[in-house]
Design a binder for this molecule. Sequence first.
Ligand SMILES: C[S@@+](CC[C@H](N)C(=O)[O-])C[C@H]1O[C@@H](n2cnc3c(N)ncnc32)[C@H](O)[C@@H]1O
Length: 242
Amino acid sequence: MDPRGGRHFGKSASDLAWSHFWLSALELKRTLDRKTPFDFPAKVKAGRVLLVGEGNLSFSLALARKVGVSATNMISTTFETVAEYSEATVGNAIALRRLGVTVVPGVDARNLTNWFGRGKFGSIVFQFPNVGSRNPLHGRNPNHILVRRFLESASEHLVDDGVVAITAVNSPHYDGAFDVDGAAERNQYDIPVAHPFYFSDYPGYTHVKTKDDGSGALDAGDEFVTFAFQKKRQAVRKWGHR
Ligand SMILES: C[S@@+](CC[C@H](N)C(=O)[O-])C[C@H]1O[C@@H](n2cnc3c(N)ncnc32)[C@H](O)[C@@H]1O
């Protein structure tokens, strides 16, 4: 008898263990809150958009090509310095600047104030954050810590009603590792809204992995999710000081 009340005739213990594993894996996969992708082009048309951890800058370039003159609203940044850029990244940076995008190398998403002072953005975007290490930090997955610190830093740089967008693989493994809900809660954001993300919407976007150890690599058949985070509304003060 299984815990759900069904009988399993002719199945071995290991068959049952595997079927329970897959059932729980399916259950843990993030249920999307929206059927439509997060509208990155609309955000660029509406105001300043900061992109961090842009790797080879190919997402920025695909997005800039979609938004026409509004590309001047984009500030695209990489963690890597120019000395670490591949030939393709240099080419993408040149193409972005021609379209009016500001490109800034060497930016740490955990400390945006260092680069942007008191600057505010309508949206702050991190596509596939990944530190390229699996070693725990403060007892937690290092990617969770990256997301947590990024959200903390980004909260200082959002306009009212601004949004942080993080795209990741939609799998129980990533959901557990990143714990985006926990990272949101800790930084006074609402639980993020999950949208589907399709690479085909961004022709030319060639995702890069963080290091050659394979961390951050994507597999055929992966599904992707964009989490949209907004700050919790502050409780309205009902009476002021006398
Ligand atoms: C899996 S790659 C994704 C790159 C790119 N966003 C894309 O979608 O192709 C993860 C990126 O996170 C960047 N990264 C890691 N730690 C970072 C940090 N503290 N601040 C900014 N970017 C960081 C890495 O440099 C790497 O480019």
